[in-house]
Every structure is written in C-alpha cells, then in structure tokens.
Design a binder for this molecule. Structure first.
Ligand SMILES: [Zn+2]
Length: 470
C-alpha cells in the first residue's frame, strides 16, 4: 500500500459520512441570495482542493507502510489517575470506561498498580473479571515497581481470574535519578533481573519499563534492556517520564534501542510519553515512525503534572495520517465520560473534543462554511475552515452569532433551525450581536427572533426545503 493512498484514506471516508443531526441539510438558502451554480459532485479530495504539505518530505516519508501497525495502550485508569486534580472514578464507571476504550479499538489498558494495597488489588481483580466475562478485546496490564511485592499480587489476580495480565515493571534509569537515590547501575540491573525473572517464571507477559529513558545514558539502557530481554521480557517500554523529549530526540532514542539493543530479538517497543513541554502527540508519532509499535496515552491527557499524551488527540492524528483506520465517532463520548468520572473540565478550545472545536461566530469564517453548505458537500463544509473534519468524530460545524458575525451567520442560524429569517428579524438579531461583547447564547437569539419565529417541532419540514436547490 503506498503511503499517499493510506494517508488520504480518512478524508475519503469522511466524505461519505451522513449524520442524522444534519436536520437542516435539505434546506436551501434563498434568503442568502447567493445564486446557484451547477453542483459538482466530484468527491472533494479528487478535485484536489487541498495541497497537503504534510505529505512532502518529513520523517514519515521513509516509513515502512508494509508493516504499518500501531496499537494503543490506555493509561487513563492508572497513570492518568495520578493527576493531583482528578477524582478517582467508581468501579462501575471504570468498568464502563473499559467498554468505551474497546469501542475505539484500544487493545491494551493499564488497570492499576496492585502493589499499592488491597483496595487496588480488589479493583484490578474486578476490572480483569469484566474483561474476561464481557470478552472485551483489551489486554490488561498492571504497573509494578521492580520488586517482588509489587509483582506477586499481579500473579495472584491473574491466577484467580484466569487471564493473562502483563506486568509493566518499571525502574528509574537516568543518572539524575541514580544520583538522587544513591543507586548504582549494577543495583538497578540486578533489581530488574530479579523482577522480570519472577514475573516470567509465574507465567506473566512482561513489559519492562525504564523511567526517564529520554535522559538516560545509552550504555545504561543497553545494560538494563539487555538484562530484561535476557530474562524473558517480551516488550520494553521507553518512558518519557518527565515529558523532556523533543520529537527529534525520540527518533534518535527509538532508533538506538531498535538497532543497538533489540536487533533481531522478538521484542516489541512501547512508547510512553508525557507532555510537560507540549510534545506529547508529536513525540508519540515520532516514536511510531522510528519503530515503536505500541503507544501509551490517557484520555484528555490527564496524568501527573501536565499529564500523559492525550490518547484522544493521538488517535485522531493516527487516523488522519493513515496509521490507523478505526471509527472515532464515539471519541467525544469517551472523553466526556472520563471528564465526568474524574471531575476534569474540558477546556472549550481543547482540540477536536472541546465545545468550541467546530464552532465559529466570525463573519468571514462562517460565510465560507455557509457557502460550502450551499454546495451540498459535507466534506467541503467540514474542511473549508477546519483541519479535522467534524464528521470524523460524529460532530458538525456550528455557526454562532456574535459581535464579529455577518448577516449570513444570523440567517443561517435561523434557517438551520427551521426559523423564519425575515429582514426585520435578521436586523434585530444582527444589531444586538454587534452591540454585544460576546457570542449570543442560543436562548438570546431565540428570544430576539420573537414569537413569530418559534422553533418547529422535530421532524417538521423546513419552509425553505420546498425551494429548489439541494
Ligand atoms: Zn507516565
């Protein structure tokens, strides 16, 4: 499969998506008085309306697409809950979140650190049981320090529930951590060997995790990963624990680990990123392109300090870049469920998921979106003023009315809701919007529209739908 074909896959797919929410789709916009041209039904991308510089050069030009495969490991229920601001969800909610992860094609999840005590052991057991009983296509893993007392409860729960639970056993690897803890390399190698050997001997798959990998010396990584692989670890995880790495740094690190350590061994490379410098998604994609095959993240990027790589935005980009091809229509529901469960507020301008992500009140922007709407081309409407098609995640473009709006905002707002847009009504709303210091609420616009312009009951045909157009 050639790279270009893969990378355009998502756009082609969104062009054919229809949404039941588009109740105004059949309306014409006579009052916009913008005349019809012959409708071009050629799919948008085939008309080459976007010249995509993302496909020019760059690191992924050399990506081996014949082996394209990237799995996701969801850290929301473990690393994500280390955020100092979140509420720990109830067990019932955690079960529900596992289902939402599965709906999004997430194939692995960290379900806790049972070494933390009996309460976590009980939760891990319950979540593993849910995966088993509901046959969820999610491989569970549990975090553990490289000590037997952290791994033993994973062995116990795995045996009790009767499913494999991967032991994600971790230890600090950077010189700054060694100095602070008074650790020698020999000591952390020995602890790693003992932990991995114990887990393997008790039948657990092992992901060996080096913390602070992006600030660790190459010879230390060779010693640590070499020992873990020799003891039977099937996966090694490069953790950017403090969010230090730049995308170039990640590429150099993954390349080194792949070529100098993994070599021909059947050992997979995971990437676990944080976003202290804002590089979470970019670094994760750099890791994939350099050879990692599983990427970690947490919903909404929750996690310690500034959080983990936001798995929602990572998924959007992986689909848009062609690395994955799964349905993302349930992504907003997943993000909102995590927000509600953890008591985290989603900023209005949070990409893709935030309330304002597909919302415009600006006259020029809205006018372009309305013109695209008039052409009857959903993909065009989704793309003319947006990088991410709203339909990719089951959303739609929204036009609002505010001080920077034009009359077309007002007319579109009214007609798309089945309201009459007489000159008098439009003038009244437009004047109020210009005098306002913020976008008008839907209730304000509705009130300004007056009693003559009641919203029509659901299912009623729009007055404008009888006119010719689309
Ligand atoms: Zn982490």
């Amino acid at each position: 499969m050639c790279a270009r074909a893969v990378r355009t896959r998502s756009l082609r797919r969104t062009a054919s998506i229809t949404s039941p929410n588009y109740d105004f789709w059949g309306a014409s916009c006579k009052q916009l008085d913008l005349g019809w041209s012959a409708r071009d039904t050629t799919p948008m991308e085939e008309r080459q309306l976007i010249y995509d510089w993302n496909n020019e050069g760059g690191a992924n030009g050399a990506f081996d697409w014949t082996h394209a495969r990237v799995d996701l490991n969801d850290e929301t229920l473990r690393d994500g809950l280390q955020s100092p601001s979140v509420t720990d969800p109830t067990l019932d909610v955690k079960r529900r979140l596992l289902h939402l992860m599965a709906d999004l094609g997430i194939v692995a999840a960290d379900i806790g650190l049972p070494g933390a005590g009996p309460r976590v052991v009980d939760q891990v057991r319950a979540l593993a049981t849910e995966i088993r009983d509901q046959r969820l296509p999610i491989a569970p893993n549990c975090a553990a320090r490289t000590v037997i007392t952290d791994i033993e409860p994973i062995v116990r729960v795995s045996d009790e529930v009767g499913i494999k639970i991967e032991a994600a056993t971790f230890i600090g690897s950077s010189p700054i951590r060694q100095y602070t803890e008074d650790w020698t390399v020999d000591r952390i190698v020995a602890a790693s060997e003992e932990a991995v050997t114990y887990a393997v001997k008790h039948g657990l798959p092992v992901m060996y995790v080096t913390e602070d990998t992006t600030r660790a010396r190459p010879e230390t990584l060779k010693a640590l990963y070499g020992a873990a692989i020799a003891c039977g670890a099937g996966r090694i995880c490069l953790a950017d624990t403090v969010g230090h790495a730049t995308p170039d740094g990640v590429r150099a690190l993954v390349k080194f680990v792949k070529e100098e350590i993994v070599k021909k061994n059947d050992v997979k490379i995971d990437w676990h990123g944080h976003r202290d410098r804002g590089f979470g998604v970019a670094s994760s994609i750099a890791a994939l392109e350099a050879g990692a095959t599983r990427l970690h993240g947490a919903a909404l990027g929750i996690g310690e300090r500034c959080g983990n790589t936001p798995i929602d935005l990572l998924m959007v980009n992986l689909v848009m870049m062609g690395y994955r091809d799964n349905d993302l229509s349930s992504l907003p529901a997943y993000a909102q469920a995590v927000a509600a469960a953890t008591d985290v507020r989603i900023a209005p301008n949070y990409p893709v998921i935030g309330a304002d992500a597909f919302r415009t009140a600006t006259g020029v922007h809205a006018a372009a979106v309305v013109k695209a709407f008039r052409k009857g081309d959903r993909a065009l409407m989704d793309a003319v003023y947006a990088a991410v098609p709203a339909s990719l995640v089951g959303r739609q473009q929204e036009i609002e009315v505010g001080p920077m709006s034009g009359r077309s905002n007002v007319i579109f707002w009214l007609e798309s809701r089945g309201l009459r847009a007489t000159d008098e009504i439009v003038d009244r709303i437009f004047a109020a919007a210009k005098a306002s210091d913020r976008t008008l609420t839907h209730e304000q616009v509705q009130n300004l529209a007056g009693g003559d312009a009641k919203l029509k009951p659901a299912g009623a045909k729009l007055e404008t739908a009888r006119r010719k157009g689309f």
